[in-house]
Write a protein that binds this ligand. Structure first.
Ligand code: HSE
Length: 303
């Protein structure tokens, strides 16, 4: 009966659209066990909205592992205890998906390797930038080549802290991707790829100043501005309060500021700027999470 702890994730990190992501110290927990019938319970975030049927993301992911292992007849009970706010750009669906995969894999005594889990999770989610850091922890860079995902995990630089402003309203990834163009200017592509390259060099060198400078983006955030009231002002407020960088977390609507150590003034400034646009938000200071999804308890009713 595996109990899996899965971290939240922030995708893109500014310029690394669908490519970069980092795990954060905020967790969902999923208990996966054998059951005579499908049963799903949810407490905490998403309690009122997350589906309890076979369309549940964690359940679908768990069944994908059982199917791949040749055990499609197995039925499961999944208990979800959620702390990651749903549909806010903090990887809640990736956490559910990864929790289902890792839980079912543990129940079967791990037929799938970590690399197979990253590949299966990316296939199910459609992009790797939340699921890969949710599995691996740290900061992950990933590239898809057809069905295969290449990835490397990097250690987030020492001293890095984030402050996340989480608006009360939700924004689905589908809607937030729907506003993006199908073609972009070559100069915008060069702007982003030069920054991603230097951002990764800065991460490896532990250079927080350079990392912050390289987190600008021209490929997705400008198009998403109209979806998040006050986003431009929140960005300015965080920078003026001393953040190294500020970006949309994943597809939004949360805004995440990157700081050198704790800086409570950044959260206060972001909340005030959102309030100025009539948007109530919660502020969370979250450190990078160095460990990916892990089985924290496994009592013995595995298959
Ligand atoms: N890279 C994805 C996007 C992340 O920005 O749409 C979604 O969480």
């Amino acid at each position: 009966m595996p109990l899996v702890k899965v971290p939240a994730t922030t995708a893109n990190l500014g310029p690394g659209f669908d490519t970069l992501g980092m795990a954060l110290e905020l967790y969902d927990e999923l208990l996966v066990e054998l059951s005579p019938d499908l049963e799903i319970t949810v407490t905490g975030e998403g309690e009122a909205t997350i589906p309890r049927g076979p369309e549940n993301i964690a359940y679908r992911a768990a069944m994908a592992v059982l199917n791949r292992a040749g055990r499609p007849e197995v039925k499961l009970k999944i208990e979800m205890h959620n702390r990651i706010p749903v549909a806010r750009g903090l990887g809640s669906s990736a956490a559910a998906l990864v929790g289902g995969l890792v839980g079912a894999n543990a129940l079967l005594e791990a037929p799938l390797s970590q690399e197979e889990l990253v590949n299966l999770a990316t296939y199910l989610e459609g992009h790797p930038d939340n699921v890969a850091p949710a599995i691996l922890g740290g900061l992950v860079v990933a590239a898809r080549d057809g069905d295969r995902v290449y990835y490397r995990r990097l250690e987030p630089p020492a001293g890095l802290m984030t402050v996340v402003a989480i608006p009360q309203f939700t924004l689905s990834t589908r809607v937030s991707r729907g506003v993006l163009p199908t073609r972009v200017a070559l100069s915008d592509a060069v702007f982003n790829l030069s920054r991603v390259g230097l951002l990764l060099a800065a991460v490896q060198a532990g250079d927080l100043e350079l990392m912050g400078k390289m987190m600008e983006d021209k490929l997705h955030q400008p198009y998403r501005l109209p979806l998040v009231p006050g986003m431009g002002e929140v960005f300015n407020a965080a920078r003026e309060a001393g953040a190294l960088a500020v970006v949309l977390s994943g597809s939004g609507p949360s805004v995440i500021a990157f700081c050198h150590g704790r800086n409570p003034a950044v959260g206060e400034a972001m909340a005030a700027a959102f309030a100025h646009h009539g948007v109530a938000c919660t502020i969370k200071e979250l450190a990078p999470c160095y460990q990916g999804a892990s089985v924290i308890l496994n009592t013995s009713n595995s298959l």
